[in-house]
Design a protein around this ligand. Structure first.
Ligand SMILES: Nc1ncnc2c1ncn2[C@@H]1O[C@H](COP(=O)(O)OP(=O)(O)O)[C@@H](O)[C@H]1O
Ligand SMILES: [Mg+2]
Length: 259
């Protein structure tokens, strides 16, 4: 069986005249916690959009489990075990925490919407199994006490956890997190670090973009740094912190700690 490795080779994505991702290559190994950092507008989110089929790239190759996924739709990518969260939280604000997590099960489920209207014994058993799974995830993400609360009424820190729980509900092999610490306070960020480790313990590979450098240096094992869509460095957190090109990009940016 092919290893659960993600391999990007010479990926290029343009928006009109702007080259948002420029000939970018990197590999994420199975079980790794891998980071992508770079100044605002460097092309980080666009890389994630290329991988997940939201904005297919026009050049290069994206391989997952040995298969070329560059031109697959978001749904097809998700069906192959790649799931993501967004820089700006995208949840159903009126729906409860449990229902939001359940929506992740429905993405995975083979059942059609009509089973909700005309349930069969098989679809009922499936639904039962799905709610069991939601219960496990509420527990895993310390969300049980908020299970019935509408998501829109909860703090950012909790909403971020719900988003990750919904992503986990799809039973992914690779979880892609776009700035998971955005909007979190220090305590919530510490909780997030623990959660990331717990997710990896489940055998899930993690690829993350993050501005919080303390978090990046703490949790990631390997990093790629991009600027203007191009890779300027890669290495372990220790190597990256001492890398001249990174220091230059860091000091050269308008906002000193804005990676
Ligand atoms: N959908 C889009 N249409 C046009 N330009 C875009 C789009 N998405 C991103 N860009 C541009 O691509 C560049 C990289 O953006 P992005 O990937 O969001 O950067 P980052 O996540 O590193 O802050 C920016 O110049 C941005 O304006
Ligand atoms: Mg971004």
């Amino acid at each position: 069986m092919a290893t659960k490795e993600l391999i990007l080779t010479n990926v290029t994505k343009r928006f009109g005249g702007l080259v948002a991702v420029d000939d970018l290559s990197f590999n994420v190994q199975e079980g790794q916690i891998y980071g992508i950092i770079g100044p605002n507008g460097a092309g980080k989110t666009t890389v994630f959009n290329c991988i997940t089929g939201i904005h297919p790239c026009e050049k290069g190759s994206i391989k997952w489990l040995g298969e070329e996924i560059r031109l697959l739709s978001p749904h097809q990518v998700a069906a192959r075990g790649i799931v993501r969260t967004f820089q700006t939280i995208r949840l159903f604000g009126q729906m409860s925490v449990a229902e939001n997590i359940m929506s992740g099960r429905h993405i995975k489920s083979s059942q059609g919407w009509w089973h909700g209207i005309c349930p069969t014994p098989f679809s009922r058993a499936d639904e039962h199994k799905n709610w069991d799974k939601v219960g496990e995830l509420l527990d895993f993400f310390n969300l049980s006490e908020f299970a019935v609360n509408p998501v829109g009424s909860l703090s950012y820190g909790i909403q971020r956890r719900v988003e990750m729980a919904r992503a986990m509900a799809t039973e992914p092999s690779l979880m892609i997190l776009d700035e998971p610490a955005a909007g979190l306070n220090d305590n919530e960020t510490l909780g997030l670090i623990e959660t990331i480790y717990k997710i990896r313990e489940k055998g899930i590979t993690i690829l993350l973009i993050e501005h919080d450098m303390d978090l990046v240096m703490e949790v990631t094992e390997y990093l790629t740094v991009i600027n203007f869509g191009k890779k300027i460095a890669e290495g372990t957190p220790g190597e990256i912190q001492a890398h001249p090109a990174v220091i230059e990009a860091y000091l050269g940016s308008d906002d000193d700690d804005d990676f």
